[in-house]
Write a protein that binds this ligand. Structure first.
Ligand SMILES: Cc1ncc(C[n+]2csc(CCOP(=O)(O)OP(=O)(O)O)c2C)c(N)n1
Ligand SMILES: [Mg+2]
Length: 273
């Protein structure tokens, strides 16, 4: 177990290094919400999900939907680390003609299951996938994981999907909420409070698990519990720190959508070495 945790921590560190390098090269993008999700994404891509990078459309695969699509760099970094495309391609982020658009494009990049970026829509898409897979596969169907932002859950469509998933008992769907308490221009509890989150999701007939979203052991255990939960979808409410891993970005709203300058890239990479 300790070895597995160390391996996943190292993958998360590699993902964070890619995020910083890509954004530095692009000169724009969203570091804060990418860094806050790196540990969750590391566990999903390097432990949880059944995937075949050689055959990205393999029907037996699990699905990941990055509902908070602006965190595209964390997804691209994981896909490159996993071998979907060469790591050098990460440096084309946000360049004209690149497969790595500012927000994920499922028609361009293998491994991207859903085009996202307009907040609020990803959970509905993930629900549709989960229902379809259940129809196809019955018991033991492939699982769908959707990563949501805490500002994102202010969107009404999230709650339509939540209501339907609870109603249809979609237990092959797991949502993970990146609860960093920052959105684009301020703290979530000041802009529009979403708490009490656990009570809200329970009221929509979801199984709720609350964890520290940077503790790999807790993430692993929560996903195991989600997989074992029958008759309900599960949401993992993961407390995180926006900008996690780079001291000057941590918990700073200004790093929501700003790229680091060359000297800041250098300092960040030193911290993530
Ligand atoms: C429908 C929609 N409205 C506004 C935006 C602009 N926008 C991009 S990120 C963001 C804030 C999201 O905050 P949160 O969900 O907490 O993301 P995180 O903190 O994980 O970056 C906003 C408002 C958008 N992408 N989509
Ligand atoms: Mg947030």
């Amino acid at each position: 177990m300790d070895q597995k945790i160390a391996f996943l921590q190292e993958r998360a560190r590699a993902i964070r290094r890619h995020i910083i390098t890509m954004l530095g090269e692009a000169g724009s993008g969203h570091p804060g919400g990418s860094l806050s999700a790196a540990d969750i994404v590391s566990v999903l891509f390097f432990d949880t999900m059944k995937l075949d990078p050689e055959n990205p459309h393999w029907p037996g695969r699990d699905r990941f939907v990055l509902s908070k699509g602006h965190a595209a760099p964390v997804l691209y970094a994981a896909l490159a680390e996993k071998g979907y495309f060469p790591q050098e391609e990460l440096l084309t982020l946000r360049k004209l003609g690149s497969r790595l658009q500012g927000h994920p494009d499922m028609k361009k990049l293998p491994g991207v299951e859903m085009s996202t970026g307009s907040l609020g829509q990803g959970l509905s898409a993930a629900l549709g996938m989960a229902l379809g897979l259940r129809l196809d596969g019955g018991e033991g169907a492939q699982r769908v994981y959707a990563l949501l932002g805490d500002g994102e859950v202010q969107e009404g469509q999230i709650w339509e999907a939540a209501m339907a998933a609870g109603h249809f008992k979609v237990d092959n769907l797991t949502a993970i909420l990146d609860y960093n308490n920052l959105q684009i221009d301020g703290p979530v509890d000041v802009v529009m409070n979403v708490a009490p989150l656990a009570d809200k999701w329970r009221a929509f007939n979801w199984h709720v698990i609350e964890i520290d979203g940077h503790d790999i052991g807790q993430i692993l255990k929560a996903i195991e519990e989600a997989q074992a939960t029958k008759g309900k979808p599960t949401i993992i409410i993961a407390r995180t720190i926006k900008g996690k891993g780079v001291s000057f970005m941590e918990n700073q709203v200004g790093w929501h959508g700003n790229a680091p300058k060359p000297e800041q890239v250098e300092q960040a990479l030193k911290e993530l070495a």
